[in-house]
Design a protein around this ligand. Sequence first.
Ligand SMILES: C[S@@+](CC[C@H](N)C(=O)[O-])C[C@H]1O[C@@H](n2cnc3c(N)ncnc32)[C@H](O)[C@@H]1O
Length: 452
Amino acid sequence: MSKGKIFLVGFGPGSELHMSVRALQAIEESDVVIGYSTYIRLVKNLLDGKQVVRKGMTEEIDRCIQAYEHAQQGKTVALISSGDIGVYGMAGPTYEVLLQSGWTPDSDIEVEIVPGTTALSASASLVGAPLTHDFCSISLSDLLTPWPVIAKRLDAAGRSDFVIALYNPKSGRRTEQIAEAQRILLQYRKADTPVAIVKSAYRNLQDIQMVRLDEMKDCNIGMLTTVLIGNSSTFMQEGLMITPRGYRNKYDGITGETLDGEKRGRSLGMGLDGWKACVRQHLRNNPGDSLQTVTRHFDTEPGEVLSAIAEASENDYAGDFSALMAMRESLTGIMQALQQWGLLRAVVRSEAGAVSELFMHAGDLELSEEKLKIENEHFHLHVDCSSIANVWLLRCAEDMRGIYFTDSLNRIVFNLSLLRKDGVFDTHAQEKFEWLWRELSYSEDEDLAVNE
Ligand SMILES: C[S@@+](CC[C@H](N)C(=O)[O-])C[C@H]1O[C@@H](n2cnc3c(N)ncnc32)[C@H](O)[C@@H]1O
């Protein structure tokens, strides 16, 4: 018996013109073509003389099993899917069925995946160039994925300024998911962010709506729609939705010359190598800015700004700030040294933005078995020290002397600063702060000696 073969064919958005040559060949070479009835209809001109197996939308696993069974009989089978068969398609379930049945890539049945144009690029091509920068796709179908997982992905994509393609945005039964998606994204995007709603791309009933993010949920959206949501730099002009590549960050739009401080073929000034120098320049240019203000300005985490300050040099100083990083291993020594800092202000910020300020005496600090405790008659603060990755000493002119404890994601766990009375620090406390600074600068690789 001849060897069987399974083609997993993505035939693109729907029109034959947008099918790849290999997809056409795969269908041509197959004895059996299996697919969802709508897909079979879309390729009906290619099916003469073939055994055709039409399945309903919910019979996905059945389609995979049938493909395997026909291939076991030595036939060549095309399991077809719109777009790319590996994108929310049948490639994954087919491999799962095959592997569960004991099939391996070396066995008698060959499997070939034929990639196709997926709905997000087909839809994008009809509305301009919305995907020219980082983008992601999220399916709003909660039939197999729990809603909290989908909501978390929408939140992360919104926060990270990705252009977003929504697959499976709405169906007869799932009508509220698109409204929830809009609500989540409006926390991060402007109401007038461009949105393209593309229905039945490259099919007979193709329909395109160009709207704003705050109008999205009320638009005509169905099962065959892909929704493209712009990022913060996407714009709409002459009916086209365009996301810039970023050339304007580097080149003059008219002359094409590189902008001041930028080099052709090199990372941007704000690239990985240079962006901390930009933070320091910002601090030099904006002397009144606090750590929080600068963190917000660069849309980053405080630990990143602290490290930019700590890497300052004489020629590239960080305005009025200076910082020193200590390794977490020095924590016990630091805590003991801290107890001589007199009156302190402890600040703890909740993730939702609440800020607690506690006034305390350094002697209230206690470190035991990886737990830091600050206890007095007014409050108890317990910190799990395993969440602390780095410790930073921070000075700002004559105004502030503080210590920041950050986690592995560069977020502040909590921070302490020396209190001033009538505008001046207690001399003893300041001396102890400076002592710790000196010790940490000298003992980068050694355990911190404790000041008796
Ligand atoms: C189960 S997913 C399949 C995706 C497909 N494998 C692909 O790569 O395009 C179905 C979703 O794809 C999108 N879609 C598929 N074909 C489309 C088309 N011609 N126009 C617009 N969206 C389409 C819709 O969001 C639809 O709900």
